[in-house]
Ligand binder design. Structure first.
Ligand code: ADP
Length: 378
């Protein structure tokens, strides 16, 4: 069996995504115990009990230790740094406060992904968000489809601009009980978003770190189609995110959608389900047409060995309501498409782990942090 020192050495590759340093260097590895039967117990100390990136540490610690010869199983446990230890960590990092985790109060992050555009990703994002809100959940929607943003329009937030709080945080706009942030709030309508590389990275980081999301049960993120820069940046910023892949029923579309799943896997993000959109159209006379074919969603779900969370039919009202700025699940929850989306929302709720309340010491007051200059503010 490897020694404690060797195990600690192996853990140097585990990086805290918020503090951007190794958990070993940050003194966050509380204890290590190697047993003769190949089992290793590791306890990691987190900055807050509600740390949303627990899942990331769980996988990263387990993978790092399993890479050592003789290790067959790794138990990863967690505790919380004491106030003294937090103070020590702050001194070490030369900061006046620890990031509480911009998303420390966000319980679930769900990225809505697709292999290509036009499959209904944004429509589903807003309607899923509204359906979760209707189930009594606290919901936010982040429009990360930076080049094809459409969430502001779909939620009727055309001309409004977010304000900045006294603590220098960007306040999300609110529509239909959903807190919303979009690059569309910061650029002139119809102006192309030409940001790439570092600028894009900075804007997305700000959307997560400088937006006052507050307490949320769900943050739904509308990703751009495909597997480009934005998805990768977000994957790094949101190691706790779960992916839902949207596809049309066409068997060829399913192949394209699979690439998104491949990307999520590469970043060790969890793909929790598939939603098939544009699944058939029923005429007022009751005749059913499979306009975009059938079976693609199930095929993809089977291939990825994850559930098909729903099949959303084509309905005119879904498109009309998206165009007029109110989610269909709000105006007409009984429309077949709205019903199917509400079903998906309930599936997501059923999947989320039931969390017991954790007792935690009050977080230290965060020093106001200046909002950088990459986003033109109202
Ligand atoms: P994406 O975000 O994947 O590019 P959108 O959500 O913008 O796709 O959808 C593309 C178009 O298709 C929009 O006009 C939207 O209203 C419409 N649409 C999406 N899903 C449906 C559906 N199930 N029934 C009718 N229209 C739909």
């Amino acid at each position: 069996m490897p020694t404690e020192e060797e195990i600690r050495k192996a853990l140097e590759v585990v990086i805290d995504p918020e503090l951007r340093r190794s958990i070993v260097e940050l003194d966050m590895v509380r204890s290590v115990a190697a047993h003769d039967n190949g089992v290793v117990d590791v306890t990691v100390s987190l900055t807050t009990a509600g740390c949303p990136i627990k899942g990331h540490f769980q996988t990263a610690v387990s993978d790092a230790v399993k890479s050592l010869d003789g290790v067959t199983h790794v138990n990863v446990g967690f505790d919380v740094l004491s106030d003294d230890q937090k103070g020590e960590l702050q001194r070490k990092l030369g900061r006046t406060s620890l990031p509480e985790g911009a998303l420390a109060q966000v319980k679930n992050v769900i990225c809505i992904a697709s292999g290509k555009g036009g499959v209904g990703k944004s429509t589903l994002t807003v309607n899923l968000a509204a359906a979760l809100a209707a189930e009594g959940k606290l919901v936010g929607a982040l429009d990360a489809d930076v080049w094809g943003y459409s969430i502001p329009r779909m939620l009727g937030l055309g001309a409004q601009k977010p304000k900045v709080s006294a603590e220098r945080k960007i306040l999300p706009l609110v529509a239909h009980d959903i807190k919303v942030m979009s690059i569309g709030f910061f650029v002139e309508e119809d102006a192309p978003v030409v940001w790439r590389g570092p600028m894009l990275h900075k804007a997305l980081t700000q959307f997560l770190e400088d937006v006052q999301w507050g307490e949320l049960d769900y943050l739904i993120v509308d990703l751009p189609p495909g597997t480009g820069d934005v998805s990768m940046t977000l994957a790094q910023l949101l190691p706790q995110a779960q992916f839902v892949i949207i596809t049309t029923p066409q068997q060829t579309a399913q192949k394209v959608a699979k690439r998104s799943a491949g990307m999520a896997e590469k970043f060790k993000l969890e793909v929790v389900g598939v939603v098939e959109n544009m699944a058939g159209f029923t005429t007022p006379g009751g005749e059913r047409f499979q306009i975009f074919g059938e079976g693609g969603g199930q095929l993809l779900a089977d291939e990825l060995d994850i559930p098909l969370l729903g099949k959303i039919p084509l309905t005119m009202p879904l498109r009309e309501q998206a165009d007029s700025g109110t989610p269909l699940v709000v105006t007409n929850p009984d429309d077949p498409a709205a019903q199917a989306i509400r079903q998906v929302a309930r599936g997501l709720i059923a999947m989320a782990p039931v969390e017991l309340p954790v007792l935690q010491s009050p977080a230290p007051a965060a020093a106001p942090k200046p909002v950088g200059m990459s986003l033109p503010m109202a």
